[in-house]
Design a protein. Sequence first.
Length: 119
Amino acid sequence: MHEMGIILNLARTLDETAEENKLTKIGSVTLQVGEVSGIMTDYFVDCWNYFKVKHPVLKDSELRLETIPAVTWCDSCGRTYETVKYGRECPYCHSGETWLLRGNECVIKEIEAEGEEDA
């Protein structure tokens, strides 16, 4: 249930961003979510819809999610591969000396908003 914690931090960050930039309304927020981040996107959207009403600048906003594909690097052969498809073992050299290059992050990509001048 770390989705709620992420949403609380996201809402706090967006409130601060709105205040710093004199934004009156956030129309949408696009988040990039890693394929192996462990975030349950359906539950994440439900949490967003629940918490956004508690934040006036977010109350009518839409949450858009984009998936960041998980990619793993192999130290043995120096190649990358799809993490979800192959797991921890490199499909090229069968080494276990691998590490996740990307795909476990959650990043704010874009915020569409209106400021005081737009209102």
